[in-house]
Ligand binder design. Structure first.
Ligand SMILES: *[C@@H]1O[C@H](CO)[C@@H](O)[C@H](O)[C@H]1NC(C)=O
Ligand SMILES: *[C@@H]1O[C@H](CO)[C@@H](O)[C@H](O)[C@H]1NC(C)=O
Ligand SMILES: *[C@@H]1O[C@H](CO)[C@@H](O)[C@H](O)[C@H]1NC(C)=O
Length: 250
């Protein structure tokens, strides 16, 4: 039996010795079977590309990030090539790293990063707004995985959209609470926005909103023009007296 399988095996070995059958990416952290590497902001990911099935280990390798060549130091391209993503940034989320043989780009292997991060919500902010003005509060809810719920409260209870004439709008990046005409009795107080991340839990931001009296708005343009005229006149007055003034000073 053994003899029967012998010759093909030898052929295979010979074939392998002269041809690179593929390239393989080893990573830290390890990729899933679908080639996805789970990581977080500010972490480090290292990728090593190795030719497979070849005894000839000096094949030249090329790395691409989202299809664009990654510049590699000399000596980091032959036989084995390593790239380090340090630190991991937002833009690395979904980025695909591909390694291929320089002489044959169809011999390649890829991994994709899944960078998880929580919404940038924390601390508190003092907001002063005049009566009858627009109040706009913004919460940054951008996160991976996406937040599942965003909640706004005023003085500890859920904001009453109708009573406060509030509008809540939301896209993938921010949740905004706004009202077009501020009324102290309805809008003064402590607001809180809470975002629920399925991975990182609740994140909260607080706004202390103080409603102040409406200030009278002077028409600005005529006032500035008036000031300029006064200024010029004063300057001319000084200029016309300059001779006398300089004489006095001597
Ligand atoms: C590149 O590699 C593929 C897969 O191993 C092979 O089919 C193809 O012939 C190679 N092309 C060249 C130009 O060597
Ligand atoms: C990224 O990881 C998160 C958390 O494990 C998961 O919920 C999400 O589906 C992953 N996204 C992709 C594109 O794999
Ligand atoms: C929220 O609480 C503050 C402080 O107790 C109070 O001055 C304000 O009127 C309250 N706001 C509303 C809308 O009830």
């Amino acid at each position: 039996m053994k003899l029967m399988f012998g010759p093909p095996l030898v052929h295979l070995l010979l074939y392998c010795a002269t041809h690179t059958l593929g390239v393989r990416i080893e990573s830290d952290p390890v990729a899933s079977s679908e080639g996805v590497i789970q990581t977080e902001l500010d972490k480090i990911v290292s990728l090593t590309c190795l030719p497979e099935g070849s005894l000839e280990t000096q094949e030249e390798l090329v790395w691409l990030r989202n299809g664009a060549a990654v510049s590699l130091k000399e000596g980091n391209t032959n036989g084995r090539s390593k790239v380090c993503i340090t630190p991991v940034i937002y833009e690395d989320n979904g980025a695909t790293f591909t390694c291929h043989l320089k002489e044959n780009s169809t011999v390649s292997s890829s991994v994709t990063l899944n960078v998880t991060y929580y919404p940038q919500l924390s601390g508190s902010e003092e907001v002063t707004v005049e009566e009858e003005a627009v109040l706009l509060l913004k919460c940054d809810i951008w996160a991976n995985p996406q937040v599942t719920l965003v909640d706004w409260t005023l003085n500890g209870s859920k904001v009453d959209l109708l009573e406060g004439a509030f509008m809540v709008t939301k896209d993938g990046f921010t949740s905004q609470l706004s009202t077009s005409s501020v009324d102290r009795s309805l809008h003064d107080g402590t607001y809180q926005c809470t975002a629920d991340s399925p991975m990182y839990g609740q994140h909260v931001k607080i706004f202390h909103v103080t409603v102040v009296d409406k200030t009278l708005k002077f028409p600005m343009m005529p006032m500035i023009a008036g000031l300029v005229v006064v200024g010029l006149t004063a300057l001319l007055a000084v200029a016309s007296r300059w001779n006398k003034i300089t004489k006095c000073c001597k």
